[in-house]
Ligand binder design. Structure first.
Ligand code: NCD
Ligand code: ZN
Length: 431
């Protein structure tokens, strides 16, 4: 197992869905199930703070079953679902409804992010219901209030501070992007280049700057989602309190992907040029980007494959590729296993306040991945559990994958197959 920075040999005893004992010597009593993991590395189950599980009226894109099976197969034992569903998670009743629909159907643990709203009473009610964080879409993707207006946004941030809630942000300037998009459309343009031209890196930087500025006097914790620009990361670090996440596709792919995959590779913020990718990677490796998240955003192939880029649904699945593609970088010594585990387990648990998760220690939940660091696999979207059968990493040869994924003490996935029950629980904010 990975203990601090070292690999050590240990026996991990699981009882009643939590870790009971970690010891050099085998436990004295005979366990019901025993896994010989001598060629594997035990790491904490991965936590993905940015996942779109869809379901409900978007069940043609993904369901609680398929999304969490994809999570378990990919080594994620806990995922946080996003509120831009149909219907959107914008009040306590919607959140309660989502929780009750997910129960009994999930193969990984699931927590919910709700939408940031202006009404403090509603925020508190959603918090009480268990919402882990509140998402703010500065790109106009979910308009619960006029976030383009500083005064409205201040009001919502005040409400979040009063509810002691964390705000997660899609930081792209939606007004500026929309203006370019409308002009391009009116002129009959709609290439991938036109799309990239509208979703400029500068519009991410200005949105990051704006939200950090507005949240300054709010003693509020702001987390920037799927950051894609080195300047954005620098602003987050300068702020001192804020945190950020990056995706594997922003860290490992560049805009050459569009030559191969066209509109299928579109997501927001978009995959950037190589110079951005390289700097973002080095910042991630140093730990300046706190968290690795997938932004698993499934759509149907039909919704992705369009001649006009403005018609294509932005979003890429990532639950089944993130661990293999990132572990390949560990195998190449581009980052340490410790940094990967920090970015996918330790820090997500710490930053999002998920108690008893993110570490292999006595008393913690038995959410464990037995990593096979030598496994050679090829990314094959047609084999995904996710309903989204496409990937920017399609065809890539990787080293390393989850040999076993254990959720609340149950073996849910083995060797990329789902073998266990829907053992996931709902994760709620507890403080
Ligand atoms: C996400 C989606 O499809 O819900 N798409 C994306 O490209 N990232 C929305 C989002 O996370 O902004
Ligand atoms: Zn987003």
């Amino acid at each position: 197992m990975l203990r601090d920075d070292e690999l050590t040999t240990a026996n991990i005893l699981i009882e009643d869905s939590s870790i009971q004992k970690i010891s050099k010597l085998p436990p004295s009593n005979r366990p019901d199930t025993k896994i010989d993991a001598s060629r594997l590395i035990a790491i904490p189950g991965l936590i993905d703070v940015h996942v779109h599980l869809r379901d409900m009226e978007l069940a043609h894109k993904e369901t609680f079953e398929t999304g969490t099976q994809a999570a378990a197969a990919g080594g994620f034992t806990t995922v946080l679902d996003m509120p831009n569903t149909k219907p959107p998670t914008i009040n306590r009743d919607r959140l309660a409804e989502k929780i009750s629909k997910a129960k009994g159907r999930i193969y990984s643990n699931v927590g919910f992010q709700a939408a940031l709203v202006e009404d403090p009473a509603e925020l508190r009610a959603m918090s009480k219901e268990g919402a882990i964080a509140f998402k703010l879409y500065l790109n106009k993707a979910l308009e619960t209030f006029d976030a383009a207006d500083d005064n409205s946004l201040r009001k919502a941030l005040d409400a979040a501070r009063d509810a002691r809630a964390m705000v997660t942000v899609h930081a792209e300037d939606g007004v500026a992007i929309h203006a370019i998009q409308e002009k391009s459309r009116a002129e009959g343009r709609g290439s991938v280049r036109d799309f990239l031209e509208a979703h400029k890196p500068e519009f991410e930087v200005s949105a990051v700057r704006r939200i950090l500025e507005l949240s300054k006097n709010h003693a509020l914790r702001v987390h920037i989602c799927h950051i894609s620009t080195p300047e954005g990361v620098r602003l987050v670090r300068k702020n001192g309190i804020a945190t950020c996440e990056a995706t594997a596709h922003h860290l490992l792919a560049n805009d050459r992907i569009f030559l191969k995959q066209g509109t299928r590779a579109i997501c927001v913020p978009p995959i950037r040029r190589e110079a951005y990718r390289r700097k973002l990677w080095s910042m991630f490796a140093k730990g300046w980007v706190d968290i690795l998240a997938s932004d698993h955003a499934p759509h149907t192939l039909e919704e992705k494959t369009k001649t006009n880029a403005w018609e294509a649904a932005p979003g890429l699945p990532g639950l089944e590729t993130t661990l293999p593609v990132m572990h390949t970088q560990v195998a190449r010594n581009a980052i340490s296993l410790r940094r990967l585990v920090d970015a996918t387990a330790t820090l997500p648990a710490k930053i999002f306040g998920l108690h008893r998760k993110g570490r292999l220690a006595v008393g913690f939940d038995a959410d464990i991945v037995l990593l096979d660091p030598k496994a050679k696999i090829k990314i094959e979207p047609s084999n995904f559990f996710s309903m989204a059968k496409y990937s920017p990493f399609a065809g890539m040869r990787c080293v390393g994958r989850a040999a076993y994924t254990i959720v609340n003490g149950s073996i849910v996935a083995e060797g990329g197959r789902i073998i266990g029950p829907a053992a996931g629980s709902i994760v709620r904010r507890t403080d």
